[in-house]
Design a binder for this molecule. Sequence first.
Ligand SMILES: CC(C)(COP(=O)(O)OP(=O)(O)OC[C@H]1O[C@@H](n2cnc3c(N)ncnc32)[C@H](O)[C@@H]1OP(=O)(O)O)[C@@H](O)C(=O)NCCC(=O)NCCS
Length: 218
Amino acid sequence: MKHPRVRQTRPDDIPALIELQARVYPSIPAWSRRKLREQLDVFPQGQIVAEGENGVVGCASSMIVPWDEWAESHSWKEITGAGTFENHNPDGKTLYGAEVFVAPELRGKGIGHLLYEGRRTLCRAMNLKRIIACGRLPGYHQYANEMSVEFYARKVVWGDLRDMVLSFQLKEGFSYCGIVEDYLPEDKESCGHASIIAWLNPDYDPSRPTTIPEEIAL
Ligand SMILES: CC(C)(COP(=O)(O)OP(=O)(O)OC[C@H]1O[C@@H](n2cnc3c(N)ncnc32)[C@H](O)[C@@H]1OP(=O)(O)O)[C@@H](O)C(=O)NCCC(=O)NCCS
């Protein structure tokens, strides 16, 4: 496979993204056309896709938030405005990762890495302080009878268990910062929970304002 390229999402990607998301999460309701359109209207620079030879093979969606307003507790539905990104606030300093996925048949080939690299490029280009996300823990349901979700996540951090999402995010240089319970109740694989992860932008310059260029070269 020729390596996919990462680019900004366009409105004409929406049908392919809906189809892909339904395959990625067969038991979680997919985004509607209207919500994807709203995300693009609210913050087009934050929405990126990986495009292969035969079309879109993954995406990463982000918004900007004042993290202090959400740090203590939030669910996916609350922070993303149920997927509308209505809480996107360019006065914030944190790029919040709302979603990332890769086509199931193409995982483990570095496409997730390209999308995360794209997200880091956005963070640097906008002079944001960091990226924070709440990651699914899809391997947890296999261990839920044996251990708490906190202990499961610690075992992933220690390298004694592998989780499709958290192991990937740690490898991408993110720090594990704890568990958010009931983040996405529909996510049965993660038993509804998520891990908070953070990456600090080494180029962040607090003396410069956030800049949101029309186009960001990815
Ligand atoms: C998380 C996800 C986006 C990663 O995408 P990807 O294209 O597979 O990622 P990459 O190929 O760049 O990296 C995969 C790395 O993650 C880890 N990984 C891959 N598959 C794994 C698995 N089944 N279990 C544990 N770790 C795994 C490995 O460390 C691998 O690195 P390596 O094989 O190069 O050593 C993808 O697994 C996915 O779409 N998952 C389902 C959707 C989802 O839950 N998204 C997260 C929302 S919070």
